[in-house]
Design a protein around this ligand. Structure first.
Ligand SMILES: [Fe+2]
Length: 107
């Protein structure tokens, strides 16, 4: 939820260290995820076709923002990028196993 009531909430007294920047980007990523979830829920709950379409469009833009932030994290932290790739590899292994299982069950 917005915290605009505090006029100083956006003021930052100094530049961030790289570690703080990485944490800030992670927090920004969580914000995009939350926004995407809310727009999706509101679009699904709306009856008005224009509202439904606009909210769904904004939801999709939030997914693009998430992709941008994930790539930024990869660029800022090669170790984290490797961990993302490890996770991707684990899922791809499962996909291959399921494909093989499906193929062998058809025989
Ligand atoms: Fe966004």
């Amino acid at each position: 939820m917005p915290s605009f009531a505090d006029p100083f909430v956006g003021n930052v007294p100094r530049k961030m260290t790289k570690e703080e920047l990485i944490q800030a980007v992670r927090l920004d990523l969580a914000g995009e995820l939350e926004a995407m979830f809310l727009y999706d829920a509101h679009s699904m709950a709306a009856d008005d076709p224009l509202a439904k379409a606009v909210l769904a469009d904004i939801r999709d833009e939030e997914l693009v923002h998430m992709g941008e932030l994930l790539e930024l994290l990869r660029q800022l932290d090669p170790k984290e990028a490797k961990q993302f790739e490890d996770g991707k590899g684990e899922v791809l292994e499962m996909v291959e196993k399921l494909k093989k299982k499906k193929k062998s069950s058809k025989k």
